[in-house]
Design a protein around this ligand. Structure first.
Ligand code: ATP
Length: 393
Protein backbone atom coordinates (compact mmCIF):
# COMPACT_ATOMS: atom_id res chain seq x y z
CA UNK A 1 0.00 0.00 0.00
CA UNK A 2 1.44 3.26 -1.07
CA UNK A 3 1.23 6.21 1.30
CA UNK A 4 2.18 8.58 -1.41
CA UNK A 5 -1.23 8.24 -2.98
CA UNK A 6 -2.69 10.53 -0.39
CA UNK A 7 -0.90 13.76 -0.98
CA UNK A 8 -0.10 14.12 -4.61
CA UNK A 9 -1.12 17.58 -5.75
CA UNK A 10 0.28 17.30 -9.23
CA UNK A 11 -1.40 14.00 -9.83
CA UNK A 12 -4.64 15.50 -8.53
CA UNK A 13 -4.18 18.27 -11.07
CA UNK A 14 -3.63 15.63 -13.75
CA UNK A 15 -6.82 13.94 -12.72
CA UNK A 16 -8.61 17.24 -12.87
CA UNK A 17 -7.26 17.80 -16.33
CA UNK A 18 -8.52 14.44 -17.52
CA UNK A 19 -11.87 15.15 -15.92
CA UNK A 20 -12.11 18.51 -17.67
CA UNK A 21 -11.27 16.67 -20.87
CA UNK A 22 -14.05 14.21 -20.11
CA UNK A 23 -16.50 17.07 -19.63
CA UNK A 24 -15.49 18.65 -22.94
CA UNK A 25 -15.72 15.44 -24.86
CA UNK A 26 -18.92 14.36 -23.15
CA UNK A 27 -17.21 11.33 -21.67
CA UNK A 28 -18.07 10.76 -18.04
CA UNK A 29 -15.85 9.17 -15.45
CA UNK A 30 -16.26 5.46 -14.83
CA UNK A 31 -18.21 5.78 -11.62
CA UNK A 32 -20.79 8.06 -13.24
CA UNK A 33 -21.35 5.45 -15.92
CA UNK A 34 -21.97 2.88 -13.20
CA UNK A 35 -19.10 0.68 -14.31
CA UNK A 36 -18.33 -0.80 -10.97
CA UNK A 37 -18.13 -4.47 -10.28
CA UNK A 38 -18.43 -6.22 -6.93
CA UNK A 39 -14.66 -6.13 -6.49
CA UNK A 40 -14.76 -2.32 -6.54
CA UNK A 41 -17.10 -2.12 -3.58
CA UNK A 42 -15.75 -0.80 -0.30
CA UNK A 43 -16.89 -0.52 3.29
CA UNK A 44 -16.31 2.53 5.44
CA UNK A 45 -17.07 2.80 9.12
CA UNK A 46 -18.26 6.23 10.31
CA UNK A 47 -17.21 7.42 13.76
CA UNK A 48 -18.94 10.69 14.54
CA UNK A 49 -16.65 11.91 17.33
CA UNK A 50 -17.52 14.39 20.07
CA UNK A 51 -18.82 17.94 20.48
CA UNK A 52 -18.96 19.69 17.06
CA UNK A 53 -17.32 16.79 15.16
CA UNK A 54 -20.61 15.14 14.05
CA UNK A 55 -21.53 18.46 12.43
CA UNK A 56 -18.71 17.96 9.93
CA UNK A 57 -18.70 14.17 9.69
CA UNK A 58 -22.38 13.63 8.85
CA UNK A 59 -22.61 16.12 5.94
CA UNK A 60 -19.28 14.89 4.60
CA UNK A 61 -20.55 11.32 4.49
CA UNK A 62 -23.76 12.54 2.81
CA UNK A 63 -21.63 14.40 0.28
CA UNK A 64 -19.66 11.26 -0.56
CA UNK A 65 -22.87 9.23 -0.74
CA UNK A 66 -24.17 11.63 -3.38
CA UNK A 67 -21.15 10.83 -5.56
CA UNK A 68 -22.62 7.43 -6.31
CA UNK A 69 -19.56 5.37 -5.46
CA UNK A 70 -19.82 1.71 -4.47
CA UNK A 71 -19.17 2.46 -0.81
CA UNK A 72 -21.28 1.09 2.02
CA UNK A 73 -21.15 3.13 5.20
CA UNK A 74 -21.70 1.62 8.62
CA UNK A 75 -22.21 3.93 11.59
CA UNK A 76 -20.44 3.04 14.83
CA UNK A 77 -22.11 4.26 18.00
CA UNK A 78 -19.39 5.42 20.39
CA UNK A 79 -18.69 8.02 23.07
CA UNK A 80 -21.48 9.60 25.12
CA UNK A 81 -24.20 8.21 22.87
CA UNK A 82 -22.87 4.67 23.37
CA UNK A 83 -22.50 5.25 27.10
CA UNK A 84 -26.17 6.28 27.26
CA UNK A 85 -27.39 3.39 25.14
CA UNK A 86 -25.06 0.57 26.13
CA UNK A 87 -23.23 1.76 29.22
CA UNK A 88 -19.90 1.63 27.37
CA UNK A 89 -18.16 4.37 25.38
CA UNK A 90 -16.72 1.81 22.98
CA UNK A 91 -19.06 -1.17 22.73
CA UNK A 92 -18.21 -4.41 20.93
CA UNK A 93 -20.58 -3.54 18.06
CA UNK A 94 -18.55 -0.42 17.26
CA UNK A 95 -15.33 -2.45 17.24
CA UNK A 96 -16.96 -4.97 14.91
CA UNK A 97 -18.06 -2.18 12.56
CA UNK A 98 -14.49 -0.85 12.42
CA UNK A 99 -13.00 -4.30 11.89
CA UNK A 100 -15.52 -5.08 9.16
CA UNK A 101 -14.66 -1.98 7.13
CA UNK A 102 -11.79 -1.17 4.77
CA UNK A 103 -11.16 2.07 6.66
CA UNK A 104 -12.93 4.60 8.88
CA UNK A 105 -13.83 8.25 8.67
CA UNK A 106 -13.59 9.74 12.12
CA UNK A 107 -14.57 12.98 13.81
CA UNK A 108 -12.22 14.18 16.53
CA UNK A 109 -12.83 12.78 19.97
CA UNK A 110 -12.38 14.34 23.37
CA UNK A 111 -10.37 11.42 24.67
CA UNK A 112 -7.86 9.00 23.28
CA UNK A 113 -9.59 6.25 25.23
CA UNK A 114 -12.09 4.04 23.46
CA UNK A 115 -12.59 4.32 19.73
CA UNK A 116 -9.72 6.68 18.96
CA UNK A 117 -7.20 4.57 20.87
CA UNK A 118 -8.45 1.46 19.10
CA UNK A 119 -8.21 2.98 15.62
CA UNK A 120 -4.77 4.34 16.29
CA UNK A 121 -2.94 1.75 18.38
CA UNK A 122 -5.30 -1.20 17.95
CA UNK A 123 -5.19 -0.96 14.15
CA UNK A 124 -1.54 0.25 14.15
CA UNK A 125 -2.13 3.33 12.02
CA UNK A 126 1.38 4.61 12.51
CA UNK A 127 1.73 7.21 9.76
CA UNK A 128 -0.12 10.45 10.36
CA UNK A 129 -0.16 12.49 7.15
CA UNK A 130 -0.97 16.18 7.60
CA UNK A 131 -0.75 18.23 4.41
CA UNK A 132 -0.52 22.01 4.59
CA UNK A 133 -1.42 23.20 1.13
CA UNK A 134 -2.64 26.61 0.12
CA UNK A 135 -5.22 27.15 -2.58
CA UNK A 136 -6.75 30.28 -3.98
CA UNK A 137 -9.44 31.96 -1.91
CA UNK A 138 -8.29 30.72 1.48
CA UNK A 139 -8.13 33.45 4.08
CA UNK A 140 -4.74 33.37 5.76
CA UNK A 141 -2.45 35.81 7.48
CA UNK A 142 0.56 34.46 5.52
CA UNK A 143 2.23 37.19 3.51
CA UNK A 144 2.92 34.91 0.56
CA UNK A 145 0.66 31.87 0.80
CA UNK A 146 0.72 30.90 -2.88
CA UNK A 147 2.81 27.79 -3.36
CA UNK A 148 2.82 26.62 0.26
CA UNK A 149 2.57 22.87 -0.13
CA UNK A 150 4.27 20.65 2.39
CA UNK A 151 3.32 17.61 4.39
CA UNK A 152 4.04 16.84 8.01
CA UNK A 153 4.50 13.09 8.44
CA UNK A 154 4.01 12.45 12.12
CA UNK A 155 4.89 9.22 13.90
CA UNK A 156 1.55 8.34 15.42
CA UNK A 157 2.13 5.59 17.99
CA UNK A 158 5.24 6.42 20.04
CA UNK A 159 7.00 9.49 21.41
CA UNK A 160 5.29 11.11 24.38
CA UNK A 161 1.78 10.00 23.53
CA UNK A 162 1.46 6.25 23.78
CA UNK A 163 -1.22 7.28 26.23
CA UNK A 164 -0.63 6.59 29.83
CA UNK A 165 3.01 5.93 30.72
CA UNK A 166 2.98 8.67 33.26
CA UNK A 167 2.92 8.77 37.00
CA UNK A 168 4.18 10.38 40.21
CA UNK A 169 7.88 11.19 40.25
CA UNK A 170 8.20 9.18 43.44
CA UNK A 171 7.53 6.02 41.42
CA UNK A 172 10.93 6.52 39.74
CA UNK A 173 12.82 6.36 43.06
CA UNK A 174 13.78 2.66 42.83
CA UNK A 175 15.45 3.29 39.45
CA UNK A 176 18.08 5.57 40.99
CA UNK A 177 18.31 7.63 37.79
CA UNK A 178 21.39 9.77 37.29
CA UNK A 179 21.66 12.33 34.50
CA UNK A 180 24.37 11.24 32.07
CA UNK A 181 24.98 14.82 30.96
CA UNK A 182 24.98 16.55 34.34
CA UNK A 183 26.00 13.66 36.54
CA UNK A 184 23.28 14.58 39.03
CA UNK A 185 20.74 12.14 40.46
CA UNK A 186 17.05 12.70 39.77
CA UNK A 187 15.39 14.31 42.76
CA UNK A 188 12.44 12.00 43.42
CA UNK A 189 11.44 13.75 46.66
CA UNK A 190 9.81 16.68 44.88
CA UNK A 191 6.09 16.04 44.34
CA UNK A 192 5.27 16.03 40.62
CA UNK A 193 4.65 13.90 37.54
CA UNK A 194 6.79 12.19 34.93
CA UNK A 195 5.93 11.17 31.35
CA UNK A 196 7.78 8.55 29.33
CA UNK A 197 8.86 9.24 25.76
CA UNK A 198 9.36 6.08 23.72
CA UNK A 199 11.29 6.08 20.45
CA UNK A 200 11.95 2.65 19.00
CA UNK A 201 14.26 1.98 16.08
CA UNK A 202 11.55 -0.03 14.35
CA UNK A 203 8.88 2.66 14.75
CA UNK A 204 11.28 5.37 13.61
CA UNK A 205 12.46 3.41 10.60
CA UNK A 206 8.96 2.69 9.36
CA UNK A 207 7.75 6.28 9.68
CA UNK A 208 10.89 7.57 7.96
CA UNK A 209 10.38 5.05 5.16
CA UNK A 210 6.75 6.21 4.76
CA UNK A 211 7.94 9.81 4.58
CA UNK A 212 10.57 8.94 1.95
CA UNK A 213 8.01 7.07 -0.16
CA UNK A 214 5.69 10.05 0.03
CA UNK A 215 8.52 12.40 -1.01
CA UNK A 216 9.36 10.08 -3.91
CA UNK A 217 5.77 10.03 -5.07
CA UNK A 218 5.54 13.80 -4.90
CA UNK A 219 8.82 14.03 -6.82
CA UNK A 220 7.43 11.82 -9.57
CA UNK A 221 4.61 14.36 -9.86
CA UNK A 222 6.98 17.31 -10.07
CA UNK A 223 7.78 17.92 -6.40
CA UNK A 224 11.30 18.79 -5.20
CA UNK A 225 11.99 15.36 -3.65
CA UNK A 226 13.13 16.60 -0.28
CA UNK A 227 12.97 15.03 3.14
CA UNK A 228 13.43 17.15 6.24
CA UNK A 229 13.63 15.65 9.70
CA UNK A 230 12.78 17.92 12.61
CA UNK A 231 13.70 16.84 16.12
CA UNK A 232 15.44 18.07 19.26
CA UNK A 233 18.57 16.19 18.26
CA UNK A 234 20.89 18.61 20.03
CA UNK A 235 19.25 17.92 23.38
CA UNK A 236 17.74 14.45 23.48
CA UNK A 237 19.44 11.17 22.67
CA UNK A 238 16.16 9.68 21.51
CA UNK A 239 15.69 12.59 19.10
CA UNK A 240 19.24 12.21 17.78
CA UNK A 241 18.42 8.57 17.06
CA UNK A 242 15.27 9.68 15.23
CA UNK A 243 17.36 12.12 13.15
CA UNK A 244 20.04 9.53 12.40
CA UNK A 245 17.53 6.93 11.29
CA UNK A 246 15.82 9.48 9.05
CA UNK A 247 19.17 10.21 7.41
CA UNK A 248 20.02 6.52 7.02
CA UNK A 249 16.60 5.76 5.57
CA UNK A 250 16.78 8.66 3.16
CA UNK A 251 20.06 7.26 1.78
CA UNK A 252 18.02 4.32 0.50
CA UNK A 253 16.27 6.85 -1.77
CA UNK A 254 19.18 8.47 -3.62
CA UNK A 255 16.86 10.72 -5.62
CA UNK A 256 15.83 12.55 -2.45
CA UNK A 257 17.71 15.37 -0.82
CA UNK A 258 17.88 15.45 2.95
CA UNK A 259 18.25 17.98 5.72
CA UNK A 260 17.88 18.01 9.50
CA UNK A 261 16.49 20.87 11.54
CA UNK A 262 16.32 21.26 15.27
CA UNK A 263 12.63 21.39 16.01
CA UNK A 264 12.81 24.97 17.34
CA UNK A 265 14.46 26.08 14.12
CA UNK A 266 11.89 24.17 12.05
CA UNK A 267 9.14 26.12 13.79
CA UNK A 268 10.89 29.40 12.98
CA UNK A 269 11.58 28.42 9.37
CA UNK A 270 8.04 27.15 8.89
CA UNK A 271 6.67 30.57 9.73
CA UNK A 272 9.28 32.58 7.81
CA UNK A 273 9.74 30.44 4.72
CA UNK A 274 7.34 27.50 4.50
CA UNK A 275 7.89 27.23 0.74
CA UNK A 276 11.24 25.48 1.33
CA UNK A 277 9.56 22.35 2.72
CA UNK A 278 8.29 19.28 0.93
CA UNK A 279 7.94 16.32 3.34
CA UNK A 280 8.85 16.81 6.98
CA UNK A 281 9.05 13.80 9.29
CA UNK A 282 8.81 14.20 13.04
CA UNK A 283 7.82 12.36 16.17
CA UNK A 284 4.37 12.21 17.67
CA UNK A 285 4.20 15.23 19.96
CA UNK A 286 6.06 17.58 17.61
CA UNK A 287 3.77 16.63 14.71
CA UNK A 288 0.72 17.17 16.87
CA UNK A 289 1.78 20.67 17.82
CA UNK A 290 3.35 21.84 14.58
CA UNK A 291 0.54 20.65 12.31
CA UNK A 292 -1.80 23.07 14.08
CA UNK A 293 0.80 25.77 13.44
CA UNK A 294 1.13 24.71 9.80
CA UNK A 295 -2.63 24.96 9.38
CA UNK A 296 -2.45 28.65 10.34
CA UNK A 297 -0.30 29.25 7.25
CA UNK A 298 -2.96 27.94 4.89
CA UNK A 299 -6.24 29.11 6.38
CA UNK A 300 -6.47 27.63 9.84
CA UNK A 301 -7.74 24.58 11.64
CA UNK A 302 -10.88 24.40 9.55
CA UNK A 303 -8.84 23.54 6.45
CA UNK A 304 -6.23 20.88 7.12
CA UNK A 305 -7.14 17.19 6.75
CA UNK A 306 -5.61 14.25 8.54
CA UNK A 307 -4.93 10.68 7.43
CA UNK A 308 -3.67 7.96 9.77
CA UNK A 309 -2.40 5.02 7.79
CA UNK A 310 -1.07 1.64 8.80
CA UNK A 311 -0.15 -1.44 6.81
CA UNK A 312 -3.65 -2.91 7.10
CA UNK A 313 -6.02 -0.11 8.04
CA UNK A 314 -6.47 3.64 7.87
CA UNK A 315 -8.73 6.35 9.21
CA UNK A 316 -9.35 9.84 7.94
CA UNK A 317 -10.55 13.14 9.35
CA UNK A 318 -9.29 16.56 10.29
CA UNK A 319 -6.31 17.97 12.19
CA UNK A 320 -8.59 20.11 14.36
CA UNK A 321 -10.09 18.96 17.64
CA UNK A 322 -13.71 18.78 18.70
CA UNK A 323 -14.28 22.56 18.68
CA UNK A 324 -16.48 22.46 21.81
CA UNK A 325 -16.94 26.24 21.84
CA UNK A 326 -19.01 26.16 18.62
CA UNK A 327 -20.96 22.95 19.12
CA UNK A 328 -24.55 23.04 17.85
CA UNK A 329 -24.16 26.36 16.01
CA UNK A 330 -23.83 24.86 12.50
CA UNK A 331 -20.87 27.15 11.83
CA UNK A 332 -17.93 24.75 12.00
CA UNK A 333 -15.92 24.70 8.78
CA UNK A 334 -16.21 21.21 7.20
CA UNK A 335 -13.38 21.74 4.69
CA UNK A 336 -10.80 19.71 6.63
CA UNK A 337 -13.18 16.78 6.94
CA UNK A 338 -14.17 16.96 3.26
CA UNK A 339 -10.51 17.00 2.22
CA UNK A 340 -9.96 14.10 4.63
CA UNK A 341 -12.73 12.28 2.78
CA UNK A 342 -10.94 13.01 -0.51
CA UNK A 343 -7.78 11.38 0.94
CA UNK A 344 -9.95 8.45 1.95
CA UNK A 345 -11.33 8.08 -1.58
CA UNK A 346 -7.79 8.02 -2.90
CA UNK A 347 -6.88 5.32 -0.36
CA UNK A 348 -9.91 3.32 -1.50
CA UNK A 349 -8.65 3.67 -5.09
CA UNK A 350 -11.29 6.10 -6.31
CA UNK A 351 -8.69 8.58 -7.52
CA UNK A 352 -11.02 10.37 -9.95
CA UNK A 353 -13.64 10.90 -7.29
CA UNK A 354 -10.98 12.09 -4.83
CA UNK A 355 -9.74 14.66 -7.33
CA UNK A 356 -13.31 15.71 -8.09
CA UNK A 357 -14.09 16.32 -4.44
CA UNK A 358 -10.87 18.26 -3.89
CA UNK A 359 -11.57 20.27 -7.02
CA UNK A 360 -15.07 21.11 -5.78
CA UNK A 361 -13.60 22.45 -2.53
CA UNK A 362 -11.02 24.50 -4.45
CA UNK A 363 -13.71 25.95 -6.70
CA UNK A 364 -15.83 26.84 -3.70
CA UNK A 365 -12.95 28.89 -2.29
CA UNK A 366 -11.99 30.37 -5.64
CA UNK A 367 -15.56 31.62 -6.09
CA UNK A 368 -15.76 32.81 -2.48
CA UNK A 369 -19.57 33.05 -2.50
CA UNK A 370 -20.31 30.53 0.20
CA UNK A 371 -17.70 30.42 2.94
CA UNK A 372 -17.97 29.77 6.64
CA UNK A 373 -17.31 32.49 9.18
CA UNK A 374 -13.74 31.41 10.06
CA UNK A 375 -13.01 32.16 6.39
CA UNK A 376 -14.71 35.53 6.47
CA UNK A 377 -18.07 34.33 5.13
CA UNK A 378 -21.52 33.93 6.61
CA UNK A 379 -22.46 30.47 5.32
CA UNK A 380 -23.47 27.73 7.71
CA UNK A 381 -21.79 24.34 7.69
CA UNK A 382 -24.80 22.92 5.87
CA UNK A 383 -24.82 25.64 3.21
CA UNK A 384 -21.12 25.14 2.56
CA UNK A 385 -21.58 21.38 2.15
CA UNK A 386 -24.55 21.89 -0.19
CA UNK A 387 -22.45 24.24 -2.30
CA UNK A 388 -19.56 21.76 -2.52
CA UNK A 389 -22.04 18.98 -3.32
CA UNK A 390 -23.37 20.91 -6.33
CA UNK A 391 -19.83 21.13 -7.69
CA UNK A 392 -18.81 17.57 -6.95
CA UNK A 393 -21.68 15.40 -8.20
P1 ATP B 1 -7.26 19.09 20.25
O1 ATP B 1 -6.38 19.34 21.42
O2 ATP B 1 -8.36 18.11 20.50
O3 ATP B 1 -6.51 18.87 18.96
P2 ATP B 1 -7.47 21.88 19.82
O4 ATP B 1 -6.88 22.40 21.06
O5 ATP B 1 -6.64 21.88 18.58
O6 ATP B 1 -8.06 20.43 20.05
P3 ATP B 1 -9.86 22.63 18.55
O7 ATP B 1 -11.00 21.80 18.96
O8 ATP B 1 -9.25 22.23 17.25
O9 ATP B 1 -8.77 22.70 19.65
O10 ATP B 1 -10.31 24.13 18.49
C1 ATP B 1 -9.42 25.26 18.59
C2 ATP B 1 -10.18 26.51 18.14
O11 ATP B 1 -10.34 26.44 16.72
C3 ATP B 1 -11.58 26.60 18.71
O12 ATP B 1 -11.89 27.97 18.93
C4 ATP B 1 -12.46 26.04 17.63
O13 ATP B 1 -13.77 26.54 17.62
C5 ATP B 1 -11.71 26.44 16.38
N1 ATP B 1 -11.93 25.44 15.32
C6 ATP B 1 -11.45 24.20 15.30
N2 ATP B 1 -11.86 23.54 14.21
C7 ATP B 1 -12.63 24.41 13.52
C8 ATP B 1 -13.35 24.31 12.30
N3 ATP B 1 -13.35 23.20 11.57
N4 ATP B 1 -14.07 25.39 11.91
C9 ATP B 1 -14.06 26.53 12.63
N5 ATP B 1 -13.40 26.67 13.79
C10 ATP B 1 -12.68 25.63 14.24
Amino acid sequence: MCLCRFVAPVRARDNMRSRDEAHRTGKQSAYKRGRYTVKDSRKVCVVLGDDASPEVVTPTVRLVEKMGLPITFSWAVTGEEAAKRYGDIFPAAAKRAIDGADCSIMGSTRSIRGVHGYLRWGKECYANIRPAKYFKGLKTSSRKPTGIDFVIVRENLEGLYPAGWEGDIAQLRPLGLVSEKLGTPLNTDEPGKFAVKITTEKGTRRICRSACKLAMDRKRKGGPGKLTVASKYNGLESDEMFRRIAEETCKEFPELSFNSLIIDNFCYQMILNPHQFDVVVMSNEYGDILADGASALVGGLGIVPNACIGDNYAYFGSVHGTAPDIVGLNVINPTAMILGAAMMLDYLKFADAAAQLESAVRQTYARGECLTRDQGGTASTTEFCDYVAKLSV
